[in-house]
Design a protein around this ligand. Sequence first.
Ligand SMILES: [Zn+2]
Length: 412
Amino acid sequence: MPTTRLYYSDPLLREFSCNVLQCEPSSHNSSSTPVFEVITDVTAFYPNSGGQPSDRGTLDGADVIDVIERDDTVVHITPADVPLGPTTGRIDIERRFDHMQQHSGQHILSAAFARLFGFETVGFHLGDEYVTIDLNTTEISSDQLAAVERLACEVVFQNRRVESKFWDPAALDRTRLRKPTDRTENIRIVEVEDFDLSACGGTHVRATGEVGLIKIVRTERLRNITRVEFVCGRRALADYRLKNSVALASAAALSVHVRQLPEAVDRLLAQGREMHRTIERTNAELDHFRAERMYGTADMLGGSGIRLIKLVSTTEAPDSLKSIAQRITQMPGAVVLFGSTANGTAQLVFARSADVSLDVSKILREVLPEVDGRGGGAPALAQGGGKRPDSLKRAIDMAAESVAHAIQVPAN
Ligand SMILES: [Zn+2]
């Protein structure tokens, strides 16, 4: 049973009388809570179709949470049972008007792309967050975008008439349509005065001025198309507000005018990079001095002439310890056993000078079970980590004993 659709002739109708013909439980959207499918003789609710999302509102006081199309019938989805017979439907007109602004804006924008550069619109998405069209091109310059935006806005400023009506297929000159349609009956045409003619079943404004500003937000290349994100009307105002406040806050933080923001950010990034280089240089110098001091004040292992340098740090990052260990072991006759609990785990760095005959990776493997750890490396440098930082000091002490034993007892 075809539903009479009131939105075709009056897209701003907020309230309507109708007869509920059918109300049945539904498994719509496989939602776990039970919902109902309500069919009426007439409706002002727009169903999901042609890229435009469905309306919201109430039917006999019950929330309409979705509206779908089944052949010629409009089906309202409600969480509550609706009694059969006469009642009233109310449309969330704020949401509807937003959809009208975005959808009519899309027709104008698509027509402008087609007119100026021959780009065809092959997709349209109108969501709560984003509105996009897909164009059959992979290259669009910023100059082209500016020209299209300018033309679309001029069409808005001229407040041209927008007429949506059904045409007699025989009377329709299909060559005038921006996009061909395969429909042979019930052809509804949306005409933007002297600018665009498109077959479309959506809800549209009555004059282009109602669309408000049309603003392209960004473009994204996807394989063989370009996706153009844009905003119209109230969404454009909200977008402008957001960007204005973000720009003003950023400019205030950097004590510059909004126009100088890009240079100010570049300057800040360059300063950051320079500071980072300075810190690295300073750290390297500091590591050098610390390595020399630790080497100079280290205890000798008995009469062997080998220096054993131990450290368990709660603040020093393992990378920093590794850097110092490598500097120390560039000098002769040193064995380094470093541990760190700085990141909340047990980290170990063992190293030795080239002239010391000792496999520190073997010693590391011996003590790793103490901290429930894993690791490895080469005879001259090994690293590991474990889950028990509280046992790190004991592991380092055990390693020191192993080193003392290996150095003082000749291998032969
Ligand atoms: Zn349309």
